[in-house]
Design a protein around this ligand. Structure first.
Ligand code: ADP
Ligand code: MG
Length: 484
């Protein structure tokens, strides 16, 4: 064993290649369904299967989605586009080539701003280009054969390629989380890494701090969650530094990550790298992006997540933490705004979304898009609390669950029906207070001799006896009078 390794001597350099399946109904070059799953080989036609004589036709929606993402990342949008054939043989690629973009990606450059301790950092993008997905070879369906499912063949993808501009596994984690939020926000990809609709390959190298030349990169593949990308990057950094510290050299290669044991193994070295013999696809006419088209997409872009976080802080006075959690997905952010437009207590709306609403969604495994309550219904419930008609605890534990069962009933009607309205009639509360004070003569004496902190105990007891219905303000007032 070598002496303890000084990891701090090294700078880590990482570039990511992220494939995102676009949420179009049909495939990139034909009308076959682009939906995830389905019985094997049911979303296929002669075009998907690459039969001779078939002709591809470009899906306009896919182009629009790629441009949406590019505009959101401040990329330069390429006006004169063409598709190229990337030739290689593989069983999941029936045509023998993948249609992709080569020298002129539809989105050139750009950036994604990620949160880092104490602020933000802009990660530079190299490009975002359009291409088609391959089918799927399955090696575990039969003992002696590999099966192939072509449903995925031809599904539209964008490949987002960063510059070698990330420097730690934490930055990689932040980048992927931010990118996933963005593609979901723009409705261009569902961002589901477990199902493979967003996939990431990580390119990693190390160099001594201060060195300007990039080190030899190793590409790690088969990363099916953001957490696994982080683990794989951490493992690869350690592997490379250990190699170098032991006087060995790093070989340029592609490795596969095994999530089961957290290690990676070599798939192929650079010598085996393919020559894809790219050439413009003669079956597809080049396409131009006009000013009008670009302009209409720009106009249709929603406010972007980070801008919305900052606006919620300034416009609604939310703490940045609240704004950030609420703007984690667009449905929740939009829902918040609809409720906050109805009632003035903006922080209370945030508390409800981060509290009872969030736990309900967590328990039921749903998302905001399927949340049964109309914003106005939640607003009425929150307003009941703000008006002092019910306590927050009664509202969240009793009325809210009932409202979820009967989303069209008025929260006030539910409170009345279940006899939960707060009591602000002194004639009802006074006898309860007497009962409580009679029960704790010692505490009353202590209070009178200066232990004012006991007030909480008395209020709590009154609340308990009134089943949470006594108006807390009035209770405090009456108690103070009686304890004089
Ligand atoms: P290739 O020609 O092997 O495909 P590219 O230059 O196209 O390589 O880069 C592919 C990805 O690898 C990009 O995300 C890029 O940022 C990243 N990358 C390139 N060189 C390095 C390096 N030395 N260290 C880390 N990442 C790198
Ligand atoms: Mg490349």
């Amino acid at each position: 064993m070598s002496a303890a390794i000084d990891f701090d001597k090294y700078e880590v350099v990482i570039g990511l290649e992220v494939h995102a399946q676009l949420l179009t109904e049909s495939k990139l070059f034909c009308g076959d369904s682009a939906a995830f799953g389905g019985a094997p080989n049911t979303h296929i036609s002669p075009i998907t299967l690459g039969h001779p004589g078939t002709l591809p036709l470009l899906n306009r929606q896919a182009v629009e989605f790629a441009i949406r993402l590019g505009l959101a990342c401040q990329s330069r949008i390429e006006r004169e586009n063409y598709f190229a054939r990337k030739n290689y043989f593989y069983p999941d690629l029936p045509k023998g080539y993948q249609i992709s973009q080569h020298t002129a990606p539809i989105c050139d450059g750009g950036l994604v701003a990620i949160p880092v301790p104490g602020g933000q950092r802009e990660i530079k993008l190299n490009r975002i280009h359009l291409e088609e997905d391959a089918g799927k070879s399955m090696h575990d369906q039969d003992p002696s054969f590999t099966m192939v499912d072509y449903n995925r063949a031809g599904v539209p993808l964008v490949e987002i390629v960063t510059e070698p501009d990330l420097h730690s596994s934490d930055e990689v984690y932040a980048f992927l989380t931010t990118l996933r939020r963005l593609v979901r926000w723009l409705d261009v990809c569902d961002g589901n890494m477990e199902e493979g609709s967003m996939r990431c390959d990580a390119n990693i190298s190390i160099r001594l701090k201060g060195e300007t030349k990039l080190g030899t990169k190793v590409e790690v593949k088969n990363l099916n969650s953001i957490r696994n990308v982080k683990r794989a990057v951490e493992g690869e950094i350690k592997r490379q530094i250990t190699l170098v510290e032991n006087g060995e050299t790093i070989m340029q290669e592609t490795r596969s990550f095994d999530a089961g044991n957290g290690t990676s193994f070599s798939l192929r070295s650079k010598e085996e790298a393919n020559d894809y013999r790219y050439f413009p696809d003669p079956d597809l006419a080049p396409f131009n992006v006009t000013d009008e088209y670009l302009d209409s997409i720009l106009k249709s872009l929603p406010e972007l997540p980070e801008a919305q976080v900052q606006r919620y802080v300034s416009q609604y006075g939310l703490p940045e933490y609240d704004a950030r959690v609420i703007c984690d997905d667009k449905a929740t952010a939009d829902y918040y705004e609809q409720v906050a437009t109805i009632i003035p207590s903006h922080k209370a709306v945030a508390n409800w979304l981060l509290g009872p609403v969030k736990s309900t969604l967590n328990d039921q495994g749903g998302s905001m898009t399927t949340f049964p309550l109309a914003p106005a219904a939640l607003a009425s419930l929150i307003q009941l609390v703000e008006d002092g008609k019910v306590s927050f605890s009664i509202a969240s534990s009793r009325i809210f669950p009932e409202l979820l069962q009967h989303p069209t009933e008025q929260p006030l009607d539910i409170a009345t029906r279940l006899n939960l309205l707060q009591d602000n009639n002194a004639n009802n509360i006074a006898p309860i207070i007497d009962e409580v004070l009679a029960k704790y003569p010692d505490k009353v004496a202590e209070f009178r001799s200066g232990k004012k902190g006991l007030m909480g105990l008395f209020v709590g007891e009154v609340m308990k006896l009134s089943k949470g219905k006594a108006d807390p303000k009035l209770t405090n007032q009456l108690l103070a009078e009686k304890l004089k």
